[in-house]
Design a protein around this ligand. Structure first.
Ligand SMILES: [Fe+2]
Ligand SMILES: [Fe+2]
Length: 474
């Protein structure tokens, strides 16, 4: 597949043959660019950034690397190649041919699903807009901007679906996507975690590890959708999402490693003393994990959900790796174990699997999160330090679902309100933690330099050295 570089909107959806769609997207594009200039990365619009651009969807050849200024980035529309004779894998329409158009009866539900996903993409760009000013290195600055432009492209992917398949309503939704803003008191983004601040780089690494991973699980279940254009859009988005989670996992790992090095170098037993040497101590890292894991876990919704059951039976949203699961794909008689919280006691019960699909997806997500923790713990063990980072218990600091409103320690013991208030600063990042981490955030803009609170990455981007000039300032 070759892409005409003279086209305004690179794509593999034959945009030039569809004048109506082309007009809709071309009228949305200037508004998107205005939004990008206003609420995208603050202060770096003229910088030349070594970015990866999607130019086709062929495996092995879709990415093109070059220095470009971000407003000139070629945001395009790419769907994974169609799967021949694709059949619906689950729900009431199982074994039917996948839909190339939206069935009338599912129109508004499907639109809502697409809008909810689409809304998160520009939200994260807004949340991260100030981070460039305190980048720990040019390598990291480039990665931040790569994540940002790809989240922008993910918005394009959802706007394409809205414009191409949902007529006037879809166009109105595409406009509103640029009108809601992260943290805006009047017009906030749809989901809670996307209205939180990303105030420092440790938060950014945690966000890309935990919250982008929620994105992976949402996209993977939408990739199973009976609505084929949505499935194909999400499949291609997943290839980009992998890099975002890589930035998070390696970012946190580099901060962990620096903390460990400082402890060894200075023979420290008290982890908090890492701060005396300009590092971020492992206890603070644990509190950041507690916060970002719990707010990301909320994104999966309530344990019991009739909406999730409806999405499944109607074929709109599947389970993670639906086609690889060995069962009836209708969940007619299946059950699934979920936590319960009654009268101050925690138990488990078997619920009809169809009614607890959110919890199942959250469980899949949790297992995936643990892999990074294992790798970070390996770094700690290699330094012969006796500390283990943990994922907080599923009940900890939840605002959605059965545990919302109750208080639990990070290991899941119920605690009363007074205990919670007294110990909150041990369990979640405190104002002091934020102030300390914030005090480390100074821009490092020279190609061969790295901030002192993290170690350099083990390799650069696209075979380039770590010291490469990934960003050139105008
Ligand atoms: Fe995304
Ligand atoms: Fe992402």
């Amino acid at each position: 597949m070759s892409i005409d570089y003279n086209e305004r909107i690179p794509n593999n959806v034959n945009l030039s043959d569809n004048r109506r769609l082309q007009r809709a997207l071309e009228s949305w594009q200037p508004r998107y660019i205005d939004w990008w200039r206003e609420l995208g990365p603050d202060g770096y619009q003229e910088a030349e950034v070594y970015l990866r651009t999607a130019i086709s969807v062929e495996s092995g050849g879709w990415a093109h690397f070059d220095h470009v200024t971000m407003p000139d980035y070629r945001w395009g529309i790419f769907l994974a190649p169609p799967e021949k004779n694709r059949r619906i894998a689950f729900g009431d329409h199982r074994n039917d041919e996948a839909w190339q158009e939206v069935p009338g009866e599912y129109r508004s539900t499907l639109r809502r699903l697409i809008v909810t996903q689409g809304d998160t993409e520009p939200a994260s760009v807004e949340q991260q807009r100030l981070l460039g000013k305190t980048c720990p290195s040019l390598y990291d600055l480039r990665n931040l901007f790569q994540v940002n432009v790809e989240e922008g492209r993910h918005l394009w992917a959802m706007v394409y679906l809205l414009d191409a398949y949902f007529g006037r309503d879809g166009r109105a939704e595409a406009e509103e996507m640029l009108e809601r803003h992260s943290g805006d008191p009047d017009k906030p983004r749809i989901l809670g975690a996307f209205n939180e601040k990303t105030p420092d780089w440790l938060s950014f690494f945690m966000f890309t590890y935990f919250t982008d991973r929620d994105g992976k699980y949402q996209l993977a279940s939408l990739a199973e959708s009976a609505f084929d254009p949505l499935s194909r859009s999400c499949r291609f988005m997943l290839t980009e999402e992998a890099h975002h989670m890589f930035v998070g996992e390696t970012g946190v790992g580099r901060v962990v490693k620096r903390a460990c090095e400082i402890m060894r170098e200075h023979g420290l037993d008290d982890p908090e003393r890492v701060r005396d040497y300009g590092g971020i101590d492992l206890l603070t890292i644990q509190r950041y994990i507690n916060f970002h894991y719990s707010v990301s876990a909320d994104l999966f919704g309530s344990e019991q959900s009739t909406n999730a059951a409806t999405f499944y039976t109607t074929g709109l949203k599947g389970r993670f790796q639906e086609t690889k699961i060995d069962d009836d794909h209708c969940l007619a008689d299946a059950s699934y174990s979920v936590p319960t919280w009654d009268d101050g006691k925690r138990h488990h019960m078997n619920a009809p699997a169809l009614t607890v699909l959110n919890e199942r997806l959250r469980d899949d997500y949790r297992q995936d999160c643990q892999r990074g923790l294992d790798r970070w713990n390996k770094i700690i063990a290699e330094h012969e330090i006796d500390i283990t980072l943990i994922l907080p218990d599923t009940a900890f600091h939840r605002a959605i679902g059965i545990f919302a409103g109750a208080h639990f320690s990070p290991v899941g013991e119920p605690v009363d309100k007074a205990t919670w208030q007294a110990r909150q600063n041990e369990w979640l990042p405190s104002e002091v933690d934020h102030a300390y981490v914030g005090s480390l955030m100074h821009p490092v803009n020279e190609p061969n330099q790295m901030a002192g609170w993290l170690v350099p990455p083990s390799r650069g981007i696209n075979g380039m050295p770590v010291e490469y000039e990934y960003v050139r300032f105008a």
